[in-house]
Design a protein around this ligand. Structure first.
Ligand SMILES: O=C(O)c1ccccc1NCC(=O)[C@H](O)[C@H](O)COP(=O)(O)O
Length: 346
């Protein structure tokens, strides 16, 4: 059945409740395994079932904990037990405001102690399609590096694709096999973005301008949406909190639309590539609230490990920090990638 599903382009969620069923699922090659915390014979529900079976799952399976999940505390517990996703029914449908309930349960980051445990080899994280960008690699084994192709109307006219290719210095023909290819745009006609993406075979489009959600909806490839983080007006805590709230609204909208957010410093000069950091405590706060984002702005081979450790982003992005005299510097890129790999796992 799994083979048939794959042949027609479907993925199966294979549900298990005990060790024997987990062994069957593993043997069958199930890539997504649902651990049902409810015993369907007795209807007894116990989240500990997830803990007991997660360690018996194939290392590269995605684990979905199912049933009996009520709130954020449960979600955190399941995450710590090794689940990658949760299937929640009753706790959401019985709420007057299901959206608020979902938002209150959102847990994304794996805590560091769990990362460390996995890194020691007891249970591995899985390869997924999450990108990091342009050699700015943050995830350990599961991360993807994404060379970026920059197309911004900063000088009036969009770059021709060939210009982009030269600028990014990547062999586009290798994009399929290796890194994910990201194209950067800012407020350009969406038809143009789609045409370029199709012509070049972009995996992601990074929107660096003030494109609204209606625009995102028309973009064909996956989207990285930049959120420019403004400085706190006075630097005091209230102002900083106001910045967190402003950015949070944007992150929510991006996440709800199924896209990936990239936090970068706001600049009146150009929408990125300024080599300047924003206040990482804002990013740290948002990561603690469970938001996933790529961290950008002023990263360098020297500070990237510390940034990952301090903020805990989903990925990191760099431009000028790996340049020498305005040109990408392969040695700096190598050092950046190595240093990012040494930061706390994302
Ligand atoms: O990277 C550029 O040169 C650039 C130029 C104009 C607009 C946007 C640009 N880049 C957007 C990015 O995503 C950068 O990688 C991001 O802003 C980080 O840049 P940096 O602070 O220089 O590392």
């Amino acid at each position: 059945m799994l083979d048939t599903a794959r042949d027609v382009g479907l993925q199966c969620l294979v549900e298990v409740h005990d060790e024997a069923e987990m062994a069957t699922a593993a043997e069958a090659g199930a890539a997504v395994i649902g651990i049902n915390n409810r015993d369907l014979r007795t209807f007894k529900t116990d989240l500990a079932v997830t803990g007991a079976l997660a360690s018996k799952a194939p290392a590269d399976a995605v684990l979905v904990s199912e049933s009996g999940i009520r709130d954020r505390a449960d979600m955190e517990r399941l995450r710590d037990l090794g689940a990658h996703a949760a299937l929640v029914g009753e706790a959401i449908v019985t709420q007057p405001d299901p959206g608020a309930k979902i938002a209150s349960c959102w847990v994304c980051r794996r805590p560091r102690k769990e990362q460390a445990r996995r890194k020691r080899g007891s249970h591995d994280t899985r390869e997924d399609l999450r990108p990091s960008r342009r050699g700015a690699h943050g995830r350990r084994r599961g991360g993807r590096r994404g060379p970026g192709w920059l197309e911004l109307p900063a000088d009036g006219a969009p770059l021709h694709p060939a210009g982009g290719r030269r600028r990014a210095g990547v062999d586009l023909s290798r994009a399929e096999a290796g890194p994910r290819l990201v194209g950067l745009f800012a407020d350009q006609p969406v038809e143009h973005v789609n045409a370029v993406a199709a012509q070049v075979g972009l995996d992601f489009v990074q929107l660096c301008g003030s494109e609204p959600p209606e625009y995102w909806a028309q973009v064909e490839p996956a989207i990285l949406k930049v959120v420019h983080v403004p400085p706190a007006a006075s630097g005091d805590t209230d102002d900083q909190y106001a910045v967190v709230e402003t950015v949070e609204v944007r992150l929510q909208a991006i996440s709800n639309a199924g896209h990936i957010a990239l936090l970068d410093r706001q600049s009146s000069v150009q929408p990125g590539g300024m080599g300047e950091m924003f206040d990482w405590s804002v990013a740290k706060e948002l990561a603690a609230l469970g938001y996933r984002f790529i961290l950008a702005g002023g990263l360098t081979p020297e500070n990237v490990a510390g940034a990952i450790e301090a903020v805990g982003p989903f990925g990191v992005d760099v431009s000028s920090g790996v340049e020498t005299d305005g040109v990408k510097d392969i040695e700096k890129i190598r050092r950046f990638v190595a240093a990012a790999g040494q930061g706390a796992p994302l």
